[in-house]
Design a protein around this ligand. Structure first.
Ligand code: ARG
Length: 458
């Protein structure tokens, strides 16, 4: 039965129904829809809008419907949307009293309330998964404290660093995501219920009662905005997009560092795949797929922003398009975070390859220039001298490590015998002790701070 059929002579066309119905996807709102209806019916009873007995009968039967859905006894089908389904079922069970549930309410404030309840939980699931991921990264960072690897800019060797620095960098990103998720959740936790169709209601409702029962921070203050605001959906999708962007970058680094060419990381067999034709292959399908899913989550954000961009106040059916992208982004993002958190401990760090790479390709050149600058040579001059040394090394097939002190001195008198100890990758990394730097002692401090900041979310 349609909730609104009284005004119509003819039933809707079959295809119009198929096009219009949201039950196939909003059925997953059943639990929050029933919770919000119980709060609404309780409030109606408390305010004397319906009697105490009516309120109790409605609530008892809504609870029974919830139990039947949860146990699989009641199948969700045969209605326009989840709100119609629950109400129809209630009327089937208790007749006319059930028809009083929708007093002082519209599906417009109902769906906005349901979806916020649902989103609140989704934000909490994101938080839980992100915590796991940062814990995983911390474990890797702590392992990396013992290792030196090259850091890159422009994907060219730049400077040696403690390998823990790499993992901590990602922890910083996901900590920002945790912060974003928390503040988005706070903004989402405002209750539209009581906004009616758009303009509130003439019944003596008490919105503080429903607000307390549903654990919202406050009722929204403008009914027009209340029924049409989907900022929380956009924020959720943005938060997911940012998380996916961070995951995708991490995936790219893992894929790159685990190639034969780099060989710094090895992904365990359990998280690798093979080729149907090339027997030697061990492919990084898991991080590749995660990188790929990023596009799809960004797509949901763009779709929602485009959907809401020119909607006149207040509710318009366009807003029904807010759900499918949300549900998919939620599923994909949480899945990706969890898989990454699970896969990270299985990645082995190849100490030798990383250490060797951290010294090769003149990774220690900045430290040669800094050495001269610390002896009073202006930095720009020191930079030019070191550039010449690098050029000489390339021409003569030499390295900064196998040059003698005399050879260094042939470029600049300020070089002492100690220069040969300066151009070790370990020494270069250890020297970067500025706050937030890549020296192992700083990385250790950073890790400690990450763990401390993570505690705020647990
Ligand atoms: N299925 C609708 C949605 O998801 C519920 C609200 C319907 N309201 C309306 N006035 N048609 O947005």
């Amino acid at each position: 039965m349609k909730l609104w059929e009284g005004r119509f002579d003819a039933p809707t066309a079959k295809n119009a129904d198929l096009f219009n119905d949201s039950l196939p996807f909003d059925c997953r709102l059943w639990a929050v829809d029933i919770a919000a209806s119980i709060a609404h019916a309780t409030m109606l009873g408390n305010c004397g809008i319906i009697t105490g007995e009516e309120s109790k009968l409605i609530c008892d039967n809504l609870n029974a419907i919830a139990e039947d859905i949860a146990s699989g006894k009641l199948e969700i089908e045969g209605a326009e949307d989840i709100h119609s389904f629950v109400e129809n079922e209630l009327v089937k069970r208790i007749g006319d009293t059930g028809k009083k549930l929708h007093t002082a309410r519209s599906r417009n404030d109902q769906v906005a309330t349901d979806f916020r309840l649902y989103a609140r939980n989704a934000f909490d699931c994101l938080t839980e998964s992100l915590i796991w991921l940062v814990e995983s990264l911390c474990q890797k960072a702590s392992e990396g404290l013992k290792y030196i690897m090259p850091g890159y800019t422009h994907l060219r060797k730049a400077q040696p660093m403690c390998a823990g620095h790499f993992f901590n960098a990602y922890s910083e990103m996901f900590l920002r995501d945790l912060d974003r998720v928390r503040s988005s959740r706070d903004r989402a936790n405002v209750m539209p219920l009581g906004s009616g169709a758009l303009a509130g209601t003439s019944y003596p409702i008490d919105r503080d009662i429903t607000c307390d029962l549903l654990e919202f921070d406050r009722p929204c203050e403008n009914s027009l905005d209340g029924v049409s605001d989907r900022d929380f959906v956009a924020e959720f999708l943005f938060d997911c997009s940012m998380i996916m962007s961070h995951l995708s970058r991490l995936c790219e680094d893992i894929i790159l560092y685990s190639t034969e060419e780099f060989g710094y990381f090895e992904i365990a067999d359990e998280y690798s795949t093979g080729s149907s034709i090339m027997p030697q292959k061990k492919n990084p399908d898991i991080p590749e797929l995660m990188r790929g899913k990023t596009g799809r989550v960004y797509g949901h954000l763009m779709a929602l922003l485009t959907t809401i961009k020119a909607i006149p106040l207040a509710y318009n059916k366009d807003l029904q398009e807010d759900k499918e992208g949300f549900f998919d982004a939620e599923r994909q993002t949480i899945n990706c975070i969890n898989i990454m958190a699970e896969m990270l401990p299985s990645i082995t760090l190849n100490k030798k390859r990383m250490a060797k790479a951290a010294e090769a390709e003149f990774c220690c050149a900045t430290d040669v220039a800094d050495y001269l600058a610390k002896k009073g040579v202006p930095f720009r001059t020191a930079h030019a001298v070191t550039g010449k040394i690098v050029r000489w090394c390339i021409a003569n097939k030499r390295t900064l490590q196998n040059m003698t002190a005399d050879e260094y001195r042939s470029f600049c008198d300020e070089f002492g015998d100690d220069i040969c100890g300066v151009v070790k990758a370990q020494a270069c990394a250890e020297a970067r002790t500025s706050y937030g730097g890549a020296a192992p002692e700083c990385v250790k401090q950073n890790l400690k701070s990450i763990k401390k900041r993570l505690k705020k979310y647990e």
